[in-house]
Design a protein around this ligand. Sequence first.
Ligand SMILES: O=C(O)/C=C/C(=O)CC(=O)C(=O)O
Length: 224
Amino acid sequence: MNEAVLDRVREGHHELLDLVSELEPEDFHTGSRLPGWTRAHVVAHLANNAISLANMTSAAGRGELVDPYPDGDRDEAIERDARQDAIGLVQQLATSHAQLEIVWDSVAEQDWQRPVRFRDGTVADLVLCRWRELEIHMIDLDLDRTEQSWSSEFCAHAIDFLLPRLEGSEVVLAPRELDRTWEVGNSPTHKIEGSCHSIACWLAGRTPQQVPSGGPLPELGPWP
Ligand SMILES: O=C(O)/C=C/C(=O)CC(=O)C(=O)O
């Protein structure tokens, strides 16, 4: 398992808790950067996602495959949990982080490659999923944190992961800080340039502080 990514997830948990712990109670129930979601929805989703990943990991350890949300509807659970007050939300988030970290601390090296039902992946893929969830949803909270806080490693990972959203396009992505480009299609017709943060942020369907140049930017397909 890539220990650096696990460490980054643990740090992300601390950073997220720091961010939400500083909010006034009323700030939870106002907008986020996601249409139709308040910050409370983002927090509830992140907490439920952590428990879902913990449960899939535990099941994989027993040789079982379980659905990400076996007990019911993901969206209903987010709506229900988002109605909690600030203390309830922070407590749910902190408990979910602890549960996920305890489960991942107990995974033996050879068990990271066990299969899970989520995207027919492995337990190791769940760690990458949590990394994306944390980094991307922290900026959705619409606080001081922006895509500028993403590391170049995270930007490169996000571009790799989100590239299928450009299927059918003919472009080259050329993020300034990264020592590589990404080609989509057989004969790219234009080059999209910008910081790795802005390119990754745009591919994640969010509005970057500086929109990449080289447009018109292609329409994005569904999340992979
Ligand atoms: O792997 C990703 O980048 C995204 C994963 C999800 O969107 C997972 C959920 O939405 C969820 O667990 O509810």
